[in-house]
Structures are given as structure tokens and as C-alpha cells.
Design a protein around this ligand. Structure first.
Ligand SMILES: [Zn+2]
Length: 279
């Protein structure tokens, strides 16, 4: 109950957007979560509805829940069509709220990880392909439909969308949230899920990918110890590993990522509180 109230409170901000202020609460089609750039939007349609977003069919749960996300730089509205069991339909264009992102300069990274060798590059591409494949899953899990818990205590050291200058080189935007705490801090599943990857990768270090259903996944990087394996069912709050400094990391931290299929989202916009608990 607390979780649900908090999630709705978080979405009140998005209701200030004119498109949602008018569109919400008709009963047959509603939205919660975050409609900001990088936001995971959770929709609910009346039972038995068929839903498309941008002309792609979405899985709809027995409760009527479905999910889609806005990339960090998306400005085009999402075109949502719900066709109801009685033959009627409803159309909504949900506009992403534009955000400003910060620039962050990081020095002291091993230069080999900023400009990898050909052999490392081949390994990085192989590992990325495995992650892309796992993120294609469109399963009927319903862990995505409730707000997430922060996976670990600590302080946020890098936010979503920040443009990074690493050892003087402008890199792709940082599309996750870094939480730093002492090495060995437990990492918990943010919501109910199935483990789809548990492995050690070159850049990501100890890496776990959790499938929360409907294309929504979260990942946890740089772990010193992984404590679940592929195929395991985990419940919200289960310890899945320990915080470490493996892969491309300058100190113990957990890079926490959230995706809707291949679209990288901001997990901090899907939590009950804007900050993790202090360690
Ligand atoms: Zn990170």
C-alpha cells in the first residue's frame, strides 16, 4: 500500500503536463510511472484490451498493465492505441517531458578501458550482443508494474544522462545511476524477476540482468560477488550480489541500469524515493 501510494505521488509531477492532466483518469486507459525523458511509463487499460505503442503491439497483463519507455533524448510523443473488448478504442499521444543533463569529467580510468585494444573490443562486442539478446525477452512477469526499490544503500555518484568526459575523451551519455558505498555492500533485486544473465564482463565486471516482464529489465554492474544464477526466480529485496569495483570502475559502486527492451531508462525515476538509503 505504501509502495502504491508512493508511486502515484511520484507520478503527480507528470500529471502537471497538460497532455496527461486532461487525459488521465478516464478509467479505461491511464498512465503512471514517469513520462520524463528516460522514464518508464506503466499503462493500465481495461481488462481484455489490446494495446499498441508507436504501432507495436504490447503485452498486456491480466490486470491490464503494460509498459513502455522514453529514451534519454526522445522528444516525439508516444502514440498509444487501446482497443477494448467492446469494440471501441481510445488513442493517446503521451509527450516526454524534456530534461537537462549535466556534464561530468572523470579522470584516472585505466586508459585501456577508455580506448580498448582490438582484442578487448571484440570481447566487448560479444558481451554486448549477449545483453542485447537477453533484452529482447518479452515475458509475462509482472514485477515491472510496481515501483522499484533502490538495490543498495549508498550515495549517488553519477546520475542518468550525464555526458561524461573520461580521461579527456567525450563519451556516450551515462545511461544508468551509480550508487557508491563500501565494497561488500549487499545488492538487492529491485523488484520480482527472473535472472537472465549472471556473468563477468570486461567493462561491466560482475554483471546480473533481471527480467521483470514485458520487456522491462534491470542490471547491476561491477559486483565483487554474484549470488544468483541464470534461471533463478528472485523476489523484490533478495540479495543478488555484493558491491565491488570490477570492470570499468574507479571505486566500489553499483551501476544500476533499467531498460525497456533496448531503450536505456533512468531507474531513479521508477523508485519510491529519489535517493537510495544511506549506507
Ligand atoms: Zn555507471
Amino acid at each position: 500500500m505504501i509502495a502504491r501510494r508512493g508511486f502515484l505521488a511520484a507520478s503527480v509531477v507528470t500529471l502537471l503536463a497538460p497532455n496527461l492532466a486532461r487525459a488521465d483518469n478516464t478509467g479505461r486507459l491511464s498512465f503512471r510511472g514517469s513520462t520524463e525523458q528516460g522514464g518508464l511509463v506503466i499503462g493500465r487499460a481495461a481488462s481484455g484490451a489490446k494495446v499498441t505503442v508507436d504501432d507495436t503491439s504490447l503485452l498486456v497483463s491480466p490486470q491490464g498493465d503494460f509498459a513502455f519507455g522514453f529514451s534519454y533524448d526522445r522528444t516525439k510523443p508516444a502514440h498509444v492505441v487501446a482497443q477494448f473488448a467492446d469494440g471501441t478504442s481510445e488513442v493517446r499521444d503521451v509527450s516526454p517531458i524534456v530534461r537537462q543533463y549535466e556534464t561530468q569529467s572523470i579522470t584516472g580510468l585505466p586508459q585501456g578501458l577508455v580506448t580498448p585494444s582490438a582484442a578487448d573490443l571484440a570481447r566487448i562486442e560479444r558481451e554486448n550482443a549477449l545483453i542485447v539478446e537477453a533484452r529482447k525477452r518479452d515475458t509475462d512477469g509482472v514485477g515491472f508494474a510496481e515501483p522499484f526499490d533502490w538495490p543498495c544503500a549508498g550515495i549517488i555518484t553519477s546520475v542518468y544522462g550525464s555526458r561524461r568526459i573520461e580521461n579527456g575523451t567525450l563519451m556516450a551519455p551515462h545511461l544508468g545511476v551509480d550508487v557508491a558505498a563500501p565494497a561488500g555492500t549487499p545488492i538487492h533485486a529491485a523488484a520480482d524477476a527472473v535472472v537472465t544473465i549472471a556473468d563477468d564482463y570486461l567493462l561491466d565486471g560482475g554483471f546480473t540482468l533481471l527480467d521483470h516482464g514485458h520487456g522491462v529489465s534491470t542490471c547491476y554492474l561491477h559486483q565483487s560477488k554474484r549470488m544468483v544464477k541464470v534461471g533463478d526466480k528472485v523476489a523484490r529485496g533478495d540479495v543478488i550480489g555484493l558491491m565491488g569495483q570490477t570492470g570499468r570502475a574507479t571505486g566500489p559502486n553499483t551501476h544500476w541500469g533499467l531498460c525497456w527492451f533496448q531503450v536505456k531508462l533512468d531507474p531513479s525515476r521508477s523508485t519510491l524515493t529519489p535517493e537510495p538509503p544511506k549506507s
